[in-house]
Design a protein around this ligand. Structure first.
Ligand SMILES: Nc1ncnc2c1ncn2[C@@H]1O[C@H](COP(=O)(O)OP(=O)(O)OP(=O)(O)O)[C@@H](O)[C@H]1O
Length: 628
C-alpha cells in the first residue's frame, strides 16, 4: 500500500498513521563561523552520513565536537555558511518542503508558561490540526499521546511545576501532535536521571520504529541507553569518527588498533578516544570511515553497497500533506485565547500594573492639583501634559523590554516547528495587549484629568484619551522592535535610549519663535512621535476656541490667560489636532511595521543580514551581542 494513501485515508488515528519514509543524506558538509577580524572557525569538516527512517540515530561526541551544529544544519535551523549537499530521499533538500515535515526539539525545554499540560496540548492541537478534524478525534489523539508519554498524572499541573523529565516529555508530546516524519532532538536526556533517560530513549525508539526518522545528539549514554540506538554517528573535531550499529563499534576500534577494555561502556570509551585520552586518533578514525562516506561501517564493509536509498517518496504533489491544517484565522483565535489565558493567570503582574498606573496618576494629579483652569499656572499645566506623555512613553515600554526577549526564544521554537504563521502571532499579540492597555490608560487619565481640573468637555476628554493611547501603543511597538533583536540587558538599555532623543525633540520649541528653530531640528521634531503627542494634547486642551482661563483675584502674572498665547509660547500655533494625531498614527504604523519586519528577520533561518555587511556587520553583531 502506498504510504501516501495511508496518510490520506486514516483520519481517526492521526498520531499513529504512517508517514512516507524520509531518509536524510549529507555529503562533504563543511560549516564555519566568522571569528576575529577576517578569520573563521571551521566547526564541521567535510562530513558525510545517512540517517534513515525507521531508525533511532544517536549523534555522539565529546563536548564542542559539533553535534548541535550538525543537527542545526540538518534541521535547517541554521544554514549560515554551510558548504556541501544535504539530500532528502535522494533529492536535494528543498527547505520549504523539508521545514514542513521536520520538528526540532531543542536542548532547553522552552514551554509556554502558566498553562497546564492538558491546556498546552489542546492549544497545540488547535494550532496544528486546526478545526479540520472533530473535537472528539482531537481529544483522542491528545489522550493517546499523553498516555504514551506517561504524562497522565501531570495532566493538570502547570508547566512551571513540572519536573525536568516531564518537561522534556511534554516538549516531545507537543511536537507529536501532527505526527511529523522527521524529529531532531538536541540532547534529550540532559538533566534527566537514568530511569527517565532510558524511558525517554525507549519512547523515541518506539516512535522511530513506527516509521519516523529520529535523530538526537547525546553526550555520554550509559551502556543500556547506547544499546537502544539503531544507528550511531560519532563526531569529534568536526569529523566523523564512526558510523554504524552499536555492536560494530568495538570491532571497528580494534581494526584501528584501539582495544576497548572488557566491561567498559563502548560509548564512554569512544568519547575518551575522541577526547584524545589515548593519543590523537582523529585522522585515523576519520579515514577509516571515510569521514562518514562509508555510511555504515561493518566488518566486511559491504553495508555501503547494500544500503538502498529510497526513491523519493515525497515531491511537490505530496507537499500538501504537511501544510498548515489550521487557517490563519484559527491560528489567530487560538493564539489570542492562549495569550488571554496567560494574562489572566499572571494576576500579580496585572495587579502590579494596575497599581503602577493608579500610583502614577495620583502622584502626577497631586503635583499638578487644580492647575488646569488657573491662568497663572498655565505654563505648569503644559508641564502636566509633557509628563503625561512621558508616562505613556515609559510605562508600556519597560514591561515589553523585560519580557519579550524571553518570549522570542519560545516563539522561535514554535515558529520553526510550524505551529503557526507570523501574521497570526503578530495580530494576536497586538490584540491581546489592547484591552489591558485601554483600561490602564483610562485609570491614569481619569485620575489625573479630574485632579488637575482639565476642561470637563466630552470632546476634549476623548481627544486627550485617544492621544495618550496612541502614544502608549507607539511606545509598545518600539519596545517590540528593540526587544525582538536584543537580549534583556541590552533591550532595557537601548529602549529608553531610542525614546530619549524623541523626548528632547518633543520639548524643543518652548519659548522659541517657530521660525527660529534650526531646520535640522525641525526635521527631527517631525520624526518624534512624542512631539506629535504633546502637540495634539496641548491643542486638545487649549485649542479649538477654548475660552479665556480663570485668573485668580490679585494675581499679577496672568499673561497666558488666553489659550492662543500658550500655543504661541510653546511654538505650536500652526499645529492642528488632526494633523498631529495623523502624524502620530503614521509613526505608530511605521513602528508596528518595523517591529514586524525585525521580528520576521529574527525568526528567519537565513544568515544574518549583518554578516553580509562584512567587517562592520560582524563588529556590530559581536560587540552588541545581537543573538540569532
Ligand atoms: N556562532 C559560533 N561562534 C563561534 N564558535 C561557535 C559558534 N557556534 C558553535 N561554535 C563552536 O563550535 C564548536 C561546536 O559547537 P556545538 O554546539 O556544535 O558542539 P556540541 O558538540 O553540540 O557541544 P555540547 O555537547 O557541549 O553541546 C564549539 O567549540 C563551539 O564553541
Amino acid at each position: 500500500m502506498d504510504p501516501l494513501d495511508d496518510v490520506e485515508n486514516s483520519k481517526q488515528h492521526h498520531h499513529l498513521l504512517k508517514r512516507p519514509p524520509v531518509d536524510i543524506e549529507f555529503s562533504d558538509l563543511t560549516y564555519s563561523v566568522p571569528q576575529g577580524q577576517n578569520g573563521s572557525k571551521i566547526i564541521l569538516r567535510s562530513v558525510s552520513g545517512l540517517f534513515r527512517s525507521g531508525e533511532l540515530t544517536a549523534i555522539l561526541g565529546p563536548s564542542g565536537a559539533g553535534k548541535s551544529t550538525l543537527i542545526n544544519l540538518l534541521a535547517g535551523y541554521r544554514c549560515g555558511d554551510a558548504v556541501g549537499s544535504i539530500m532528502v530521499n535522494s533529492r536535494p533538500r528543498e527547505m520549504k518542503t523539508f521545514r514542513k515535515m521536520c520538528r526540532y526539539i531543542m536542548q532547553e525545554d522552552l514551554l509556554q508558561p502558566s498553562l497546564t499540560v492538558m491546556e498546552s496540548m489542546e492549544i497545540a492541537a488547535d494550532l496544528k490540526l486546526g478545526y479540520t478534524i472533530s473535537k472528539e478525534d482531537k481529544t483522542n489523539t491528545i489522550k493517546d499521546i499523553i498516555q504514551m508519554l506517561r504524562l497522565t498524572a501531570a495532566n493538570n499541573t502547570l508547566m512551571e511545576n513540572l519536573s525536568g523529565g516531564e518537561k522534556k516529555r511534554l516538549s516531545i508530546a507537543l511536537e507529536l501532535i501532527n505526527n511529523p516524519p522527521v524529529i531532531f532532538l538536541d540532547e534529550p536526556t540532559t538533566g534527566l536521571d537514568d530511569l527517565s533517560s532510558s524511558q525517554c530513549i525507549s519512547l523515541l525508539r518506539d516512535l522511530a520504529h513506527g516509521g519516523r526518522t529520529i535523530i538526537c545528539s547525546i553526550h555520554t549514554p550509559s551502556a543500556r541507553l547506547f544499546a537502544l540506538f539503531d544507528h550511531i554517528y560519532v563526531i569529534a573535531d568536526g569529523q566523523c569518527m564512526f558510523a554504524g550499529v552499536s555492536q560494530d563499534m568495538v570491532p571497528y576500534l580494534s581494526t584501528v588498533g584501539i582495544n576497548c577494555p572488557k566491561h567498559f561502556n563502548p560509548a564512554d570509551f569512544i568519547i575518551e578516544v575522541c577526547s584524545k585520552e589515548y593519543g590523537d586518533y582523529t585522522d585515523k578514525l576519520s579515514t577509516a570511515v571515510e569521514n562518514g562516506k562509508c555510511l555504515r561501517w561493518s566488518q566486511n564493509n559491504s553495508i555501503k553497497k547494500t544500503i538502498v536509498r529510497r526513491a523519493s517518496q515525497y515531491d511537490v504533489q505530496s507537499n500538501h500533506l504537511y501544510d498548515f491544517s489550521s487557517t490563519g484565522w484559527a491560528q489567530f483565535t487560538t493564539l489570542l485565547r492562549r495569550m488571554v489565558l496567560q494574562h489572566k493567570r499572571d494576576k500579580s503582574y496585572l495587579f502590579f500594573k494596575l497599581f503602577m498606573y493608579t500610583f502614577m496618576g495620583l502622584v502626577v494629579g497631586g503635583m499638578f492639583y487644580q492647575f488646569g483652569n488657573d491662568a497663572s499656572l498655565t505654563i505648569f499645566n503644559y508641564g502636566f501634559i509633557f509628563i503625561t506623555i512621558i508616562v505613556f512613553m515609559y510605562t508600556p515600554l519597560m514591561p515589553v523590554l523585560l519580557k519579550f526577549p524571553k518570549e522570542v526564544q519560545l516563539l522561535k521554537r514554535e515558529y520553526f516547528n510550524r505551529w503557526y504563521g507570523l501574521n497570526a502571532y503578530f495580530c494576536a499579540l497586538t490584540c491581546s495587549q489592547l484591552p489591558m492597555q485601554f483600561i490602564l490608560s483610562f485609570v491614569y487619565i481619569i485620575i489625573t484629568y479630574l485632579m488637575t481640573d482639565q476642561p470637563l468637555e466630552w470632546e476634549r476628554g476623548i481627544k486627550f484619551s485617544i492621544v495618550c493611547l496612541m502614544v502608549s501603543l507607539s511606545s509598545e511597538s518600539i519596545a517590540y522592535a528593540v526587544s525582538s533583536q536584543f537580549n534583556v540587558t541590552n533591550s532595557v538599555f537601548l529602549g529608553p535610549c531610542v525614546a530619549c532623543p524623541m523626548m528632547l525633540l518633543a520639548s524643543f520649541g518652548l519659548g522659541y519663535d517657530e521660525n527660529e528653530i534650526p531646520s535640522l531640528i525641525k526635521l527631527g521634531m517631525n520624526f518624534s512621535y512624542l512631539r506629535h503627542g504633546v502637540e495634539a494634547l496641548v491643542i486638545a486642551i487649549y485649542g479649538n476656541g477654548r475660552k479665556q482661563l480663570h485668573c485668580g483675584e490679585g494675581e499679577q502674572y496672568c499673561e497666558l490667560r488666553y489659550p492662543s498665547e500658550l500655543l504661541k509660547t510653546v511654538g505650536m500655533s500652526t499645529a492642528t489636532y488632526w494633523g498631529s494625531l495623523s502624524s502620530l498614527c503614521a509613526m505608530f504604523v511605521l513602528f508596528k511595521a518595523a517591529s514586524f519586519v525585525l521580528l520576521r528577520r529574527r525568526l528567519s533561518t537565513k544568515p544574518s543580514l549583518l554578516l553580509k555587511l562584512g567587517f562592520v556587520g560582524r563588529f556590530i553583531k559581536t560587540h552588541f551581542n545581537i543573538p540569532r
